[in-house]
Design a protein around this ligand. Sequence first.
Ligand code: NAD
Length: 508
Amino acid sequence: MTATIPPPSARDALHERLRSPLLHFIGGGWVPSESGETFEFLTPTDNSVLGHAASGTAADIDRAAQAAHAAFPAWRALSGKKRRAVLHRVADLIEARADEIATAESVDTGQPIRFMKSAAARAAENFRFYADRAEGAQDGLSLPTQGFLNYTLRQPIGPVGVITPWNTPFMLSSWKIAPALAAGCTVVHKPAEWSPVTATLLAEIMHEAGIPVGVVNLVHGYGESAGRALTEHPLIRAIAFIGESRTGSLIQKQGADTLKRVHLELGGKNPVVVFADADLDRALDAAIFMIYSLNGQRCTSSSRLLVQRSVHDDFVDRLAARVAQIRVGDPLDPATEVGPLIHPVQADKVCSYFDHAREGGATVRVGGERIGESGNYVRPTLFTQATSDMRISQEEIFGPVLTVIPFDDDADALRIANDVPYGLAAYVWTSDLTRAHTFAHGLDSGMVWINSENVRHLPTPFGGMKASGIGRDGGDYSFDFYMETKNIAVNLDGHRAQRLGMDMETGS
Ligand code: NAD
């Protein structure tokens, strides 16, 4: 492990702030839970208590939903130009406080600071991107036909619930909240209970930027109480959710009685497929980056590496040498590449796969153990000689753990790549153009990168197939979720409808 670094002032400031419990932000004010209850959240480096947050229940969600409902008419009526200006101010403030946000995220989640700095920058970019689209969000199509002008327009759906997970929570919250606000919706946000800190900073920033009272509300709390109440609330028109596939399924059920529109961004078991004809040096860097960055806790992580048998042994030897050198340490140390996992429960889950690998007959080539006396440090781990039917090849481990599976030819690779319940992202490495496209068309994945790691272009659709989700984010796709499309048909030729109820003889 890299050495623990002396605590910087931003960390001290955070600890000072967390001496008081984090509160809900409802109707423009910071409030405790009606029940007075709080919950504690932990420091991933040693599992000491980092702070307490108000524990929301149905009563708090109801207050927040009422506030979002009351604020909706004025926010939707505000011009796109004014919404644009305020969302740019949010981006400005995120940029101004990026170091503080990155530090808080690292301390709260265990994510290395080197990645959290770019995550904060990306959150600002999300707000800018959707700020610039606020004016055009309502735009529709002209669909003329004989005697009629049909035109469509989009209108905000109403107050929406946003439920987010604990991996890169600040960036992911911005990814949902920015398009919702640009569309003219009001929001109730329920962040993950393991990582409530930066949601608080985001609410603070949005308020300071001038987002009107009630337009954005924040309720902390557990999924089964606050989260569930949000999905069931009749004033909430839609739920934008990021999290595990089984929670997504619960959210659909919970939202059924109130006919909620749901957008689900769920788990993944994403393949990176390396053909023998690929640029193997670049493929190696990308495969390592996409699973060991962000502690392996990203939905698009390349957690399965499929390597063509003719280059397999050499590629895996080089891979193993690099994985063994990955620097594990304090998340605030800029040299750290992998930090502690967020919570002991998640560390136990990840470590349980070390046994599954051995029992299933795979080789634990690197890692496969915890590190350190305290905290949730896990050695970056590489499983080799795996087959597709093993648990380590089928289940989302959500940690710095990579499973390598050899393949023979294109058909074999495609069969293995698609042989999982998930279908979020895939990465294909080959120098054969025809193979690249043909293979990409055959993949059961919402997103495919060819000869690249995950490099996002915000107008493109983001989302998954199968158990990886329902719906797409990005560009205009987000507005399709947060808005209703309305068709307006205007008659131009003065034609008359069939006349019913007329006197048959007189015709009047
Ligand atoms: P999780 O499903 O356990 O929790 C996510 C959120 O849902 C939390 O805020 C939680 O409190 C809430 N929740 C839990 N039960 C609920 C219920 N019954 N009703 C309403 N809300 C409820 O997920 P997690 O462990 O926090 O996050 C990790 C998962 O998120 C991984 O599976 C990962 O792949 C996925 N993820 C997906 C994407 C994507 O874009 N597809 C992005 C990031 C993370």
